[in-house]
Design a protein around this ligand. Structure first.
Ligand code: UGA
Length: 434
């Protein structure tokens, strides 16, 4: 593929929109189809549907230069494009399996409109074996279109940078020619390209997220154990992370992993493994450990509050991690839900989130959140919370107690400000503990 060629992208969600703009930045002409009318209208007015650093500028640039256009019709995006990316959702079925009905419907719709020799690239995260099944599915309706797997590894909050400078690109296909065509999209980026078959590419994506899930559940379990044996998790992780085979990244303990990918993809891989006759016990244990982490945080909050019934809990942050306005499977909301069910009132603020569930009272300012509160819960590691004067926080609260689910604050500084402070795997600090 040479710059200036047209590429179709079906789906303007996180993956689709960022991929489309990354391809526009690489010089391709992009047609994106989007089924949600409101989202489509917004994109046509150059409004981004979610917060992501750098995304607005890219959209403005490429929409103004007419390098990208948006349409309601999948066929319109696909027809004149020698390459079409599928980036539609793969939600979970009740048993955790990935629901592929949207991917299948879209493939059925676009494949027959594509010219012989075109390439249909699956960006959505799908279970191993899906690409082969899709290829068989279009055998009659589009025999000369090749399905290629090119999974996405971007992180929310860094999606644009991850797309423009990927650490690796994985391309799975049958013919060298189709793999070469997808590889040519990345010729401007200095990155390693792994060329393989479709099922291996799909498993690579799932294995990456499953490994991260197992790693985090291991870290959280170690933090929980540190509490039981009176050790300090920060120092444990420093020592652990200095082993170059382990590394220091992705080792922060917390209330459990959330977001739209790690929890869902872990469950989907577990289900896909079971379908294939393999019991992925390590992954099952990681999921169970993650499910237990939010209730464990609630126990800490209950101990800090005395009782949850009637307690007023201030919550700093509700996004599933810092750097995003996304609350899908957010551990903060998991904790807030249990607190509300147990009779506590939760007053929360978040620098980016605009959509809050009704069981939370929303305020704009972290200081307003703590007014009269029995406990402050730090639920998302937003750096802005570090700028709030802790002495003033203590003065405004009914009782100066902090449960820091992200180990964001300095425990000693909190103790000096008069707080009883509890983190995750850290030794408690403050007047009650000294
Ligand atoms: C994740 C993967 O990191 C990406 O590589 C992948 O492409 C993406 O899923 C996807 O499949 O689309 P993302 O969901 O943006 O990316 O979020 P992460 O940064 O992985 O965080 C997931 C959860 O783990 C969050 O709740 C976060 O707070 C938690 N986390 C992360 C920790 O508790 N500790 C850490 O050290 C890191």
């Amino acid at each position: 593929m040479t710059p200036g060629s047209q590429i179709g992208v079906v789906g303007a969600g996180y993956v689709g929109l960022v991929t489309a703009l990354g391809l526009a930045e690489a010089g391709f002409d992009i047609v994106v189809s989007e089924a949600d009318g409101r989202r489509l209208d917004g994109l046509r007015r150059q409004e981004i549907p979610f917060f992501e650093p750098g995304l607005f500028d890219l959209l403005t640039k490429h929409a103004t230069q007419r390098r990208i256009r948006f349409t309601a019709s999948n066929a319109d995006a696909a027809q004149a494009s020698p390459m079409v990316f599928i980036a539609v959702p793969t939600p979970a079925n009740e048993n955790g399996d990935a629901d592929l009905s949207i991917v299948e419907r879209v493939v059925d719709e676009v494949a027959p409109t594509m010219a012989p020799g075109s390439v249909l690239v699956i960006k959505s995260t799908v279970p191993p074996g899906t690409g082969d099944r899709l290829q068989a599915r279009i055998a009659v309706i589009a025999p000369d279109v090749e399905v290629v797997s090119n999974p996405e590894f971007l992180r929310q909050g860094r999606a644009v940078a991850d797309t423009l400078q990927p650490d690796r690109v994985v391309i799975g296909g049958v013919s060298e020619a189709a793999i070469d065509r997808v590889a040519s999209l990345y010729s401007g980026a200095s990155t390693r390209i792994v060329r393989t078959d479709r099922t291996t590419a799909e498993l690579t994506k799932h294995a990456a997220n499953a490994y991260l899930a197992v790693r985090l559940s291991f870290v959280n379990a170690t933090a929980n154990l540190a509490e039981a044996v009176d050790a300090d998790i920060d120092e444990v992780l420093e020592g652990l992370g200095l082993d170059p085979r382990i590394g220091r990244g992705f080792l922060s303990p917390g209330p459990g992993f959330g977001g739209s990918c790690l929890p869902k993809d872990s469950r989907a891989l577990l289900a896909a493994a079971a379908d294939a006759g393999f019991d992925f016990g390590v992954l099952r244990a990681a999921i169970a450990a993650n499910d237990a982490q939010a209730p464990r945080m609630v126990d800490k909050i209950e101990r800090a509050a005395g009782t949850l019934d009637g307690a007023r809990v201030a919550m700093w942050g509700v996004a599933f991690k810092a750097g995003t306005d996304d609350t899908r499977e957010s551990p903060a909301l998991r904790v807030a839900r249990i607190l509300a069910d147990r009779g506590a009132s939760v007053v929360a603020c978040d620098p980016m989130v605009t959509d809050f569930p009704t069981f939370i009272t929303v305020v704009d300012d972290p200081l307003d959140a703590v007014d009269g509160a029995d406990v402050l819960v730090v639920a998302t590691e937003w750096p802005a919370f570090l700028d709030v004067e802790l002495k003033e926080v203590a003065a405004r609260m009914a009782r100066p107690r902090i449960v820091d689910m992200r180990n964001l604050l300095d425990a000693d500084e909190a103790a000096r400000a008069g707080f009883d402070y509890v983190g995750v795997g850290r030794r408690p600090a403050g007047p009650a503990f000294t």
